[in-house]
Design a binder for this molecule. Sequence first.
Ligand SMILES: [Zn+2]
Length: 284
Amino acid sequence: MMKVLPCWNGIIIENKLRSFLKSICNYKGLEKFVNLNRNSKYRQLEVDWTSTFSCLNCDINNNETSVSSSKTKAQKVHLLIEEIPTIEQMKKSLLDLYDGWMCPICGLQDKTFNHVWTCSGHYDIINNIRDNTINNLLTWILEYNDNIQDFNALMALNIWDISYDPKVFTFVDLIKEIIPMSLSELLNSWTTKKNVVDALIQMRQFIFNEIFEEVWIPRCSHLKEFERSLGLTKKKKLEFKSVRSLPNNNNSNNTTIQYDSLDSVRNYIYFGKNIIEFYTNLTS
Ligand SMILES: [Zn+2]
């Protein structure tokens, strides 16, 4: 029998080949993702990427990929890569249609992804989600270790601030699925690594469900109602899209469509639903 040793860049691969290829794919995707401009914050601050991706993958069982878990994962990835349909995001593909539109909740400019979470119209709801997140986290941690007397260090973290800050982690980053290392390390000082991962997965799932049900779906329904009042149907939007769609780059003279740098992340973790489909499926 002939024995073959797989190599990669001259290094013999001792892991199972399949899982090795998967991790290479993973890291390449991660590297590209972290290098995006919008993620410069995550290059400067310490992110617990292992837990971040554990949370992202937690609904998917090893051998089966159900439709609902793919959908959940796709939605989580949309949050992570900030491609949920904000008006600014939709303008990329439907410029004529959405130019000049404002945030459907507060009526101010819907410039960025972060506005969805810092919008004054959502403040009370997000405040409530944040408080319940803290309560749940304390409950889970106390189940693992009931000797903790003092949670001041946890409460002192900036991650509970409902604001966007380019220099520190806030609750907006937790909404985006990012797990800061400071949070993991603090929890690790109280209980085992496995318990910490379990608690973080539960915490992320809780935030995700609450945000989608309490903020995102109502926001989309609100926008949909408004569109309906203007006579905008899905068919009309698709007509607009085929007539005038912008390639996703900043150079309008460029005739070749450039591939978005997110492609490799998409190939690996994204389930191929485009923004418009995602948006219409969610609200129709
Ligand atoms: Zn707003």
